[in-house]
Design a protein around this ligand. Structure first.
Ligand code: 4NP
Length: 150
């Protein structure tokens, strides 16, 4: 799960998918990162942590890290939150196989629409609720795909 700062959207996506994976008994590696380095080492934004907690998803253990090219070798899928993340991550891909791993996460809900998960950082509480709801629905689709893969 990749966003810009790795303190709002991608840690929430990471926490939600981790929560659902545990519920479904999947032992899969899930991480999140930011394309930028400003917040490396920091816990998630307090407002995002509180929103997760409100919905029963604890992300207080997560610490921001920066996306690196080696991540292409460590993961089968790389979900980005918006077009700018998509450009930045695709710019680090070295092979077509790498490129094929990169997906806009809301395309799982609305295929090929390239809708962004809006950055809630400079807005009010409703932005954080909206991010939570969008990511929750997208992660349901991802988990259902894993269920179907068997
Ligand atoms: P995120 O939100 O990409 O969802 O973690 C942001 C948080 C901080 C900044 C940008 C985006 N920032 O520029 O500090």
């Amino acid at each position: 799960m990749v966003c810009l700062g790795n303190i709002c959207r991608s840690p929430m996506a990471h926490g939600i998918l981790r929560h659902k994976a545990i519920e479904h008994g999947y032992n899969i590696t899930i991480e999140s990162s930011g394309t930028g380095s400003w917040h490396v080492g920091e816990a998630p934004d307090r407002r995002m942590m509180a929103k997760g907690k409100e919905h029963g998803v604890d992300i207080s253990d997560l610490r921001a890290q920066q996306f690196v090219a080696a991540d292409f070798d460590r993961f089968d899928r790389i979900y980005v939150m918006d077009r700018s993340n998509y450009r930045d991550v695709m710019g680090m891909a070295q092979t077509g196989e790498d490129e094929n791993k990169v997906k806009m996460i809301l395309n799982e809900l609305h295929p090929e629409a390239d809708m962004p998960v809006p950055d809630p950082y400079y807005g009010g509480d409703e932005g954080f609720e909206q991010v939570y709801q969008l990511l929750d629905k997208a992660c349901d689709v991802i988990i259902n795909q894993l269920d179907e893969q068997g």
